[in-house]
Write a protein that binds this ligand. Structure first.
Ligand code: C2E
Ligand code: MG
Ligand code: MG
Ligand code: MG
Length: 293
C-alpha cells in the first residue's frame, strides 16, 4: 500500500510539473508578443538619502500589462524569460527605455534630476556575448552619460560563470556603475568583493528586516555597513518598511535606502510630479522628512 501511495504521489507530482511546464510555455510565448505589442512598461522606485528621505537615484523595475491576466509581476515572468532566452531582448528594451527616460529627465530637470538610473541585469544577459556591445550601443543611441547608469547584478550571476566576470569588467570599463543586488543572500558574497569591481552594495531586505530586533538579527546589516565603509562602497538598504528600521539603519551608518516607507515603484508621471516640485522649491520629496530627530 505504501508503494501504491508513493506511486500515486509521484504521478501527481509529474502531472503538476507538466501543468507548470505548459503554463510556462504559454507565458513564454505570450511574452514574446508582449514586447512587440508594447505591453511591457517600467516603474521607477526612488533610492533616498538618510536621514532626510530625498530622492537620490532611481531603480527601473519592469511590469507586464497582460491583456487577460492583468499586471504580471517580474518575479513571475523574468524566470520564464530567462529560461526561454527572451530576457536578452527584454533586458535590452528595459535598458534602452530606462536610459532614454533618464536622459529626458536630466535635460528637463537639470540638477533636480536623480543622480543615477539603476537597471537590473539577469545572469542570462551576462552570459550573452553581445551584452557589452548592447550596453555601449544603448549609451550612444540615447546620449546617456555612462556615469548616470548603474547596472544591478546578483552575486550568483557572476559567481556561477567565469565569462560573466569578464563581461562585468568590460562594462565597468565603459564607465558604467555596478551594484551587487540582494547582497548577502548568495554563497560567495564576501569573496566576490575582492574580484568584482563594484560601486554599490544593495543589502537585501532579509537583513534589513532584522535591524530592529535582537543583536543576532541585526548583526549582518551592521557588519555589511562596516564592510561597505572600509571598501569605500555605497551601501543601500533594500526593502525598508518602517520608520524604526530607517532610524536604526541611519545609526548603523547607512546613508541610502529604498523601500515602501519612502516610495513604492512609481509610474514615470509620478516621478515627474515630484521632480517638478523639487525643481520648483528645492525641497526633498519622499516621506518621511526627518528621521534624525
Ligand atoms: P530587486 O531588483 O531586488 O528589486 C526590489 C524588489 O523589491 C522590487 O520588486 C520592489 O518593488 C520590491 N520592494 C521595494 N521596496 C520594498 C519594500 O519596502 N517591501 C517589499 N516587500 N518589497 C519592496 P519587483 O519590482 O516585483 O521586482 C522583483 C525582482 O524582479 C527584482 O528584485 C529583480 O530581481 C527582478 N526584476 C525587476 N525588473 C527587472 C528587469 O527589468 N530586469 C531583470 N533582469 N530583472 C528585473
Ligand atoms: Mg534590483
Ligand atoms: Mg534588490
Ligand atoms: Mg532584493
Amino acid at each position: 500500500a505504501a508503494k501504491e501511495q508513493g506511486k500515486s504521489r509521484y504521478v501527481r507530482y509529474v502531472e503538476e510539473m507538466d501543468a507548470r511546464a505548459v503554463e510556462h510555455a504559454r507565458l513564454g510565448a505570450e511574452l514574446r508578443q508582449a514586447l512587440a505589442a508594447g505591453d511591457l512598461f517600467l516603474l521607477y522606485q526612488p533610492v533616498v538619502t538618510l536621514p532626510h528621505g530625498e530622492m537620490s537615484s532611481l531603480e527601473a523595475l519592469v511590469r507586464w500589462r497582460h491583456p487577460e491576466r492583468g499586471l504580471v509581476s517580474p518575479a513571475e515572468f523574468i524566470p520564464v524569460a530567462e529560461r526561454n532566452g527572451m530576457i536578452v531582448e527584454i533586458g535590452a528594451w528595459v535598458l534602452r527605455e530606462a536610459c532614454r527616460q533618464m536622459v529626458e529627465w536630466r535635460s528637463r530637470y537639470g540638477d533636480a534630476a536623480p543622480s543615477r538610473m539603476a537597471v537590473n541585469v539577469s545572469a542570462r544577459q551576462l552570459r550573452d556575448p553581445a551584452f557589452v556591445r548592447t550596453v555601449a550601443d544603448v549609451l550612444r543611441e540615447t546620449g546617456m552619460d555612462p556615469g548616470d547608469l548603474l547596472l544591478e547584478i546578483t552575486e550568483t550571476a557572476v559567481f556561477d560563470s567565469g565569462p560573466a566576470l569578464e563581461t562585468v569588467k568590460a562594462v565597468r570599463e565603459l564607465g558604467v556603475g555596478l551594484a551587487l543586488d540582494d547582497f548577502g543572500t548568495g554563497h560567495s558574497s564576501l569573496g566576490l568583493l575582492r574580484t568584482c569591481p563594484v560601486d554599490v552594495l544593495k543589502v537585501d531586505k532579509l537583513f534589513v528586516d532584522g535591524v530592529t530586533g535582537a543583536a543576532e538579527h541585526s548583526a549582518i546589516a551592521t557588519s555589511l555597513a562596516q564592510i561597505a565603509r572600509a571598501l569605500r562602497l555605497q551601501a543601500v538598504a533594500e526593502g525598508v518598511e518602517t520608520e524604526a528600521q530607517a532610524k536604526r539603519l541611519y545609526q548603523l551608518g547607512y546613508r541610502l535606502a529604498q523601500g515602501f516607507l519612502f516610495a513604492p515603484p512609481l509610474p514615470a508621471g509620478e516621478i515627474e510630479r515630484r521632480l517638478a516640485e523639487r525643481a520648483g522649491d528645492g525641497s526633498g520629496l519622499c516621506d518621511p522628512p526627518a528621521l534624525a530627530s
